[in-house]
Ligand binder design. Structure first.
Ligand code: FUL
Length: 480
């Protein structure tokens, strides 16, 4: 047999013995590509800045004079470079908050930056921030408050036209935009063109959301819409930085609508059998307020507090949207910057070396005995590969053997959510004193679950999945 022929025979034998085993069928609902990209960002930021920064209010009345808006050292690149340095992947700007003041020179109102002292009315903060984001590689998002306490026609149909015209301005001039934040807040009272009234609207019907959303989609097809009810991502139900310990990315949209009372808990947990993929976004401010107030300079969340928030948001399968409000100068305050840097340091310190990287792993079983679904896929640092089981096998375990005993503080688990969220109940054990000892347990895993465990010295760790909606698909087990 000549050499070439021999190697062809070997190749033939190898390819015949290699099984083609189909992956588990996707379990509906599944995320869109844009939602997947949103999950993978993990750390995102919010910037609340407007006339409130100068008046000390959280909700401006709408009667404030544009002359009050006068940051004298504003540097959007300072904001964005600090965010970049500290691990944030996007920035959502309050282009217009409830008081109606616009940070860009909108042609549809006089209540904007064009009538402010900032750059003698020639400034355009939406431009400056979106360009700084491009320069530093952050995605840019838009917050445009539906409630507008300045606009004379708020409450009637002309305001809806105004709101849509502004969306057209923003989406055609400042894109690409990855996320659009629709705030459900409405307190009724306002200046409303000098009438100083209380105007209640029906949050369910007034804004005619379906048509507004399709307008935005026609300009930015991959946009993620945030609102209480999604449809891209949902509110987590609180502003404290805490996602549900049980956190399903699925929820049934018609159980929700902006402003509906009593749904906070449901928003935090999602619903196991929800019909749509609408993951929870965790919005929280680094300060007590959303806007800058000098009296809160000593109340900036510490690096340790931010780390706890990280564990209860990203660590529970959500994305963190952390607000950092620039001060009156137009800069991130020194205290906020120091906290962000400390937070970044803590992340690096706590998650330095993955002790599970490429260790030996065995599984109770794996799909079709095919290597591509075998246990080692959970430690290969490849988010496209995963361990999975045969159809109908909805429990199982994975055992990691560490070469020598290691001290473990965190267990990080990830599901292959592209094919749907599956795990309903699991626990983790460590091999201590010649026996398995439970060190953590939980319900959902989702995109990422970080379990902080009482520090333990161990040479083996196992993940036991008690129950899943369908064959579990685990892409990562990491230990720190
Ligand atoms: C709330 C608003 O009323 C707050 O001012 C802030 O913008 C927060 C993110 O959303 O609904």
């Amino acid at each position: 047999m000549n050499k070439v022929f021999a190697s062809m025979v070997v190749l033939l034998i190898v390819s015949c013995s290699k099984k083609e085993v189909a992956p588990p069928a996707p379990l509906s609902p599944v995320p869109s590509e844009a939602q997947m990209a949103w999950h993978e960002m993990e750390l995102t930021s919010f910037v609340h800045f407007t006339i409130n920064t100068f008046t000390g209010l959280e909700w401006g009345m709408g009667s404030e004079s544009p002359s009050l808006f006068k940051p004298d050292q504003l540097d959007a690149e300072q904001w964005v470079s600090v965010l970049k340095e500290t691990g944030f992947n996007s920035l959502i700007l309050t282009c217009k908050h409830h008081d109606g003041f616009c940070l860009w020179p909108s042609q549809y109102t006089e209540h904007s930056i064009k009538n402010s002292p900032y750059k003698n009315g020639k400034g355009d903060l939406v431009r400056e921030v979106s360009e700084a984001c491009k320069k530093y590689g952050l995605k840019f998002g838009i917050y445009l408050s539906p409630w507008d306490r300045n606009h004379a026609e708020y409450g009637g149909p002309p305001y809806i036209t105004y709101y849509r015209d502004q969306l057209k301005e923003l989406f055609t001039n400042y894109g690409p935009v990855y996320e659009m934040w629709f705030d459900g807040a409405n307190g009724g009272t306002g200046y409303y063109g000098g009438t100083n009234q209380k105007r209640n609207i029906d949050g369910k019907t007034y804004y005619d959301w379906p048509n507004t959303l399709s307008l935005v989609k026609s300009m930015e097809p991959n946009i993620i819409f945030f609102s209480d009810a999604g449809p891209g991502v949902r509110w987590v139900g609180n502003e404290r930085g805490i996602a549900g310990e049980t956190n399903w990315n699925s929820i049934t949209p018609d159980t929700l609508y902006a402003g509906k009372a009593g749904i906070e808990k449901l928003l935090g947990t999602g619903a196991e059998n929800g019909t749509a993929w609408i993951p929870a976004e965790v919005d929280v401010s680094i300060r007590p307020g959303w806007f800058y107030h000098a009296e809160e300079d000593s109340l900036v969340k510490s690096p340790e507090q931010l780390f706890e928030i990280y564990l209860s948001s990203v660590g529970r399968g959500s994305t963190l949207l952390l607000n950092i409000p620039p001060d009156k100068r137009g800069l991130f305050h020194e205290n906020d910057v120091a906290s962000l840097r400390g937070f970044k340091q803590l992340l690096e310190q706590e998650f330095t070396t993955n002790l599970a990287a490429n260790v030996t792993v065995t599984a109770s079983s794996y799909r079709g005995d095919a290597e591509i679904y075998s246990a080692r896929q959970v430690v290969d640092d490849n988010k496209k590969t995963y361990w999975s089981t045969d159809d109908g096998v909805t429990s199982g375990q994975l055992e990691l053997n560490l070469v020598s005993p290691q001290k473990i503080k965190y267990v990080v688990l990830q599901e292959y959510i592209r094919s749907g969220q599956r795990v309903k109940s699991f626990y983790v054990e460590a091999w201590v004193n010649n026996a398995w000892q439970k060190i953590a347990e939980g319900t959902t895993i989702g995109y990422k679950r970080i379990l902080r465990v009482a520090p333990v010295e161990t040479s083996g760790v196992r993940l036991v999945i008690n129950e899943a909606k369908a064959s579990p698909m685990i892409t990562t087990i990491a230990l720190y």
